[in-house]
Design a protein around this ligand. Structure first.
Ligand SMILES: *Cc1c(COP(=O)(O)O)cnc(C)c1O
Length: 217
């Protein structure tokens, strides 16, 4: 774990009043505890099984963020404790989340993941479909889930202008959606390779893994 790098990133995030989420996928419980001991309480994981295995071994005051593609059959595993699901991308998933949240009598916060990158592989709602998606959100009365913002990943490229363009688009979508959805407050964008650009473009939440833990095995 790179404590100096962690401190720098925390300071940068603070300067922009952004929340740091440390991405701990593939990292051991011991490695996560080292970061926890530096005061970090927000961690992000991509896989439900891995998340559950770790969550029960780690302190209860950690806020767990789910940032990977969420399969509906995995929802039940994480609903009892999850703090923020950053990767909601279908009405069906939101329905399943609502059903399970009711079962556990929890109010669950979610972000909508928007597909802003050029790569086809990345999941998320297409930008041109977001309006329609929000329209449906407004007419569906889900009492136990709260959609509080957007998440996106930029194209993996060295072309800074391309990345900036994608983050700028997400920011615009966020500002527009915010006028219709009162709880909108989180714009989650920026990872190790592009978080500085993301902060400049208005990110309120960065998700950083390899800068802090080193390259993933
Ligand atoms: C893995 C991952 C990150 C962190 O990536 P790094 O490049 O290691 O900082 C952030 N967001 C999502 C959605 C991820 O899957």
């Amino acid at each position: 774990m790179d404590a100096a790098r962690l401190t720098t990133i925390l300071q940068e995030a603070e300067r922009y009043r952004a929340q740091l989420v440390v991405v701990s996928k593939n990292q051991s419980v011991d490695d996560i505890l080292q970061v926890y001991d530096h005061g970090i309480r927000h961690f992000g994981e991509n896989y439900a099984r891995e998340l559950c295995q770790k969550q029960c071994q780690l302190p209860a005051d950690i806020h767990w963020h789910f940032i990977g593609h969420l399969q509906t059959n995995k929802v039940r595993k994480i609903i009892p404790f999850i703090a923020l699901i950053q990767s909601a991308d279908s009405q069906h998933l939101l329905d399943v989340l609502e059903k399970e949240a009711i079962r556990y009598q929890r109010s669950v916060r979610c972000l909508l993941q928007v597909h802003i990158a050029r790569e086809e592989s990345k999941t998320g709602i297409k930008p041109e479909r977001l309006d329609e998606f929000i329209e449906l959100l407004l007419v569906s009365s889900r009492s136990h889930i709260q959609v509080v913002g957007l998440m996106g990943m930029a194209t993996l490229t060295d072309d800074e202008q391309q990345i900036r363009k994608e983050f700028r688009l997400l920011r615009q979508l966020f500002e527009k959606a915010r006028q219709r959805l009162p709880f909108f407050q989180i714009l989650s964008m920026g990872m190790t390779s592009d978080y500085r650009i993301a902060l400049e473009e208005g990110s309120t939440m960065i998700r950083i893994g390899s800068a802090i833990f080193g390259e993933r095995k």
